[in-house]
Design a protein around this ligand. Sequence first.
Ligand SMILES: CC(C)(COP(=O)(O)OP(=O)(O)OC[C@H]1O[C@@H](n2cnc3c(N)ncnc32)[C@H](O)[C@@H]1OP(=O)(O)O)[C@@H](O)C(=O)NCCC(=O)NCCS
Length: 152
Amino acid sequence: MYQIKYVGGPGETSDLEMAYIHRMEKICFEGEKPYAYVNKQERCHWWVIVYEGERVGFSGLELFKTWNPKFGFIFLTGVLPAHRNQGLKKRLVRAMEKKLRTLDVYRMVSYASYDNLPSANSLISLGYKLYQPSDPDWGTKWAYFFRKDLWQ
Ligand SMILES: CC(C)(COP(=O)(O)OP(=O)(O)OC[C@H]1O[C@@H](n2cnc3c(N)ncnc32)[C@H](O)[C@@H]1OP(=O)(O)O)[C@@H](O)C(=O)NCCC(=O)NCCS
């Protein structure tokens, strides 16, 4: 059975848990520059998926509270290849949405690179809509941005 486990908020996630996340990131984003680097440990909330005692997926969420409205940004998610297409990313996203509501944050933002159909489709299944970020730093040419208002 798969379990979605919250492993900590900003500055709370243990070094051991971050090491598991780094290891999964290397597998899921083979050949790409590692992204779950140290300041993400300090700034983000993290979840892992546990299956038979092993970690098989992860997700990181950063809160942007100075913007209006405040929002959570899912910046990195990975599910190990053997465990894909079973709705696990969607379960991670639902867990993150639930956490946001408890933090009084009601908008979620994420993105998918233009060629990552599973990533985009999992968000579409959960009711996310495409949008163009107003801040040019957020809107890159290679990614589609998605958002969902959670108070609906
Ligand atoms: C993207 C990723 C996290 C998805 O994880 P997952 O647990 O398999 O996702 P889910 O099963 O929740 O949803 C996948 C959706 O994509 C669909 N899908 C799968 N393969 C697809 C394909 N080749 N083309 C189009 N849609 C596809 C599935 O049918 C499902 O859609 P549904 O919700 O309508 O059923 C996983 O593929 C992964 O780790 N990829 C490598 C890392 C990565 O790219 N991360 C995302 C960017 S941060």
